[in-house]
Design a protein around this ligand. Structure first.
Ligand SMILES: NC(=O)c1ccc[n+]([C@@H]2O[C@H](COP(=O)([O-])OP(=O)(O)OC[C@H]3O[C@@H](n4cnc5c(N)ncnc54)[C@H](OP(=O)(O)O)[C@@H]3O)[C@@H](O)[C@H]2O)c1
Length: 350
């Protein structure tokens, strides 16, 4: 059956961007037309070389203006979290290209009304659409629990936990996030700002809206655990007595009771005190109510018998799979509700 195809640009080729780039090269519905990189070693390389695939004929560029001028249906915008995304997202939208962005902004979101207004204006100017994508925010804390809610007859509280062992799943952010620092100092100065929940508020709102209720308030908790022994990980060594684990907890309250709780358990192995969680990297949804439900979203076991953390590549893929829906949507911000049940094409390739 003939399928409509979409010309796409991959903006940045980090962990998320590489997953998306590979998808775009391999999926018959997407035609890769451009790749924006910042790393000088990648400039002028063939896109296929970046992800270990055959040559594509598309060369990576660091010329942002050339990318903005390039005709395409969609940009998967995945630059580093260090870059505020809003200015470039708006330029791309105004240039006539739809944007799917794991770098945010995550809309609709009452905490960033200025972003919403700017994105809507840019969409209007370019007759384009915008969708913020990701594993969390973007899937594990909104689409997944809302989908599971169909299996419930009463909901008291929804808990979503991101569980990552950073020894088994090394991440460059481990040091930046304060692992290996003095626990009391870190408690006083958490590296993940207490304001971060605001970027996830669109996910909390999606659940609440879907359930027909409203969030009154969000409260934030942060606790750390101490390494009991020296712990080495791919990017360094955490000394015994310093921070070996972090637990962020954000609770959205509805009519005086917790309705949605997001937990983030990031740990360096199990030699830490307290040890909050055992088990492998996963997203875990628990819905308390009738009948109580628990769902684990995790990678399949690998050859070593472990379940690796796939949240970062999933963040790219969950965006790639809505590119057709976003391109075909009317101009403006495209929410999960606008898209409905995604029907990803081009994945079955015999
Ligand atoms: N919503 C979610 O669930 C979720 C989850 C994970 C990540 N994210 C977001 O997705 C984005 C990509 O994450 P990632 O894990 O792929 O990050 P990453 O591995 O650090 O890669 C980011 C890429 O951005 C480019 N870059 C580097 N420095 C830059 C700068 N100063 N300005 C602009 N671009 C720069 C580089 O691209 P080149 O190598 O091509 O030069 C780099 O590889 C981030 O914004 C992150 O916050 C969202």
């Amino acid at each position: 059956m003939a399928q409509k195809t979409y010309k796409v640009i991959q903006w940045a080729t980090g962990t998320v961007g590489k997953a998306a780039l590979k998808y775009f090269i391999e999926n018959p519905l997407t035609e890769l037309v451009g790749v924006l990189v910042t790393n000088p070693d990648k400039v002028d390389k063939d896109a296929g070389d970046i992800v270990g695939l055959p040559k594509t004929g598309v060369r990576c560029t660091d010329d942002e203006e050339a990318i903005i001028a390039m005709p395409a249906d969609c940009v998967l915008f995945a630059p580093s979290m260090m870059t505020p995304p809003i200015d470039m997202v708006c330029r791309l939208l105004a240039s006539g290209k739809n944007v799917v962005s794991p770098a945010g902004p995550f809309l609709p979101n009452k905490f960033i009304p200025d972003h919403a207004a700017r994105v809507e204006a840019a969409c209007k100017e370019g007759n384009t659409s915008f969708h913020g994508c990701g594993i969390h925010p973007g899937f594990a804390g909104d689409i997944l629990p809302l989908t599971l809610a169909r299996l419930m007859s009463r909901i008291d509280c929804i808990e979503v936990a991101e569980i990552i062992d950073k020894v088994r799943n090394p991440m460059i952010y481990t040091e930046i996030m304060g692992f290996g620092t003095d626990c009391d100092d870190l408690l006083a100065n958490p590296r993940r700002s207490p304001e971060t929940y605001k970027h996830f508020f669109s996910s909390m709102t999606a659940i609440a809206n879907g359930l027909g209720v409203e969030i009154d308030d969000v409260t934030v908790k942060f606790e750390v655990s101490r390494a009991k022994v020296d712990i080495s990980h791919e990017f360094g060594l955490v000394k015994a007595g310093t921070c070996g684990g972090q637990h962020y907890e954000w609770t959205a309250w509805c009519q005086g009771k917790p309705l949605i709780v997001y937990h983030f358990y990031w740990q360096l192995g199990t030699e830490i005190e307290p040890l909050w969680e055992q088990g492998e990297a996963k997203y875990r949804v628990r819905i308390h109510g009738d009948p109580p439900l628990e769902c684990h979203l995790m990678a399949m076991e690998d050859a070593d018998g472990h379940h690796p953390f796939l949240g970062i590549p999933w963040t790219g893929l969950v965006g790639c799979n809505v590119v057709p829906d976003v391109c075909d949507a009317p101009a403006g911000v495209v929410t999960h509700f606008d898209i409905g049940i995604v029907q990803p094409k081009g994945l079955v390739r015999r």
